[in-house]
Design a protein around this ligand. Structure first.
Ligand SMILES: Cc1ncc(COP(=O)(O)O)c(C=O)c1O
Length: 176
C-alpha cells in the first residue's frame, strides 16, 4: 500500500491534492462553508435554479406522488412517465425529434460518445476538453488524438499525421 501514500505525497508536493469542502447552506451565489459565508463562482447553478421556489415546489409534489429514486436502470424498470414527459417537453422546446435526459454531464459524455464512435474511428479532441469527454473517447475504443487548446493549425497537423499514418507512401511530401 506504500504506493498510495507515495502518490498522495506527490499530489501534495505538486499542489494537486484536493479535498472536499462541504456546503452548509443552499446552493447559490453565496454559500456557507465552515460556518463562513463565501462567494461561489465555480458551480453549474448559473441560473439559480437549485433554489428556485417553483422548482422546489415541483420537486416536493413529485416526491409526494412518486417517492424518491427510479428503482432501476432505465432499460429495466427505471423509466417513469415523468422521465418521458420531460424528454418530450425538451424535444418540443428544442424542435427536435426526441430528447434523452442524463443525470449528469459526465454520464452524457461517457454514454453518447461511445454510441457515436468506436474501434476503427479516430477522435480529434481539444487538449482542454472536459475529463468526461476524454473518458467517453477512451471508453469508445476509438483512436484518440489530442491537439493543443483551440489550435486549428495543430488540429490540421494531427489530421494530416493521421492521414499519413494510413498512407505511409505519401509521408515524405508532407514531412518536407
Ligand atoms: C463540457 C462539460 N462536460 C461535462 C461536464 C460534467 O458535468 P457533470 O458535473 O454534470 O457531470 C461539465 C461540467 O461542468 C462540462 O463543463
Amino acid at each position: 500500500m506504500d504506493f498510495i501514500t507515495e502518490e498522495i505525497d506527490n499530489l501534495k508536493t505538486s499542489g494537486l491534492y484536493r479535498t472536499l469542502r462541504a456546503i452548509e447552506s443552499v446552493q447559490g451565489p453565496r454559500v456557507k462553508i465552515d460556518g463562513k459565508e463565501v462567494i461561489l463562482l465555480c458551480s453549474n447553478n448559473y441560473l439559480g435554479l437549485a433554489d428556485h421556489p417553483r422548482l422546489k415546489e415541483a420537486a416536493v409534489k413529485a416526491i409526494e406522488k412518486y417517492g424518491v429514486g427510479s428503482g432501476a436502470s432505465r432499460l429495466v424498470s427505471g423509466t417513469m412517465g415523468l422521465h418521458q414527459e420531460v424528454e418530450e417537453r425538451i424535444a418540443r422546446f428544442k424542435g427536435t425529434e426526441a430528447a434523452l435526459v442524463f443525470n449528469s454531464g459526465y454520464a452524457a459524455n461517457v454514454s453518447v460518445i461511445p454510441a457515436l464512435v468506436g474501434r476503427g474511428d479516430t477522435v480529434f479532441s481539444d487538449k482542454l476538453n472536459h475529463a468526461s469527454v476524454i473518458d467517453g473517447c477512451v471508453l469508445s475504443r476509438a483512436e484518440f488524438k489530442r491537439y493543443p487548446h483551440k489550435d486549428m493549425e495543430g488540429l490540421a497537423l494531427r489530421g494530416k499525421s493521421r492521414y499519413y499514418d494510413n498512407h505511409p507512401a505519401l509521408r515524405a511530401p508532407f514531412l518536407n
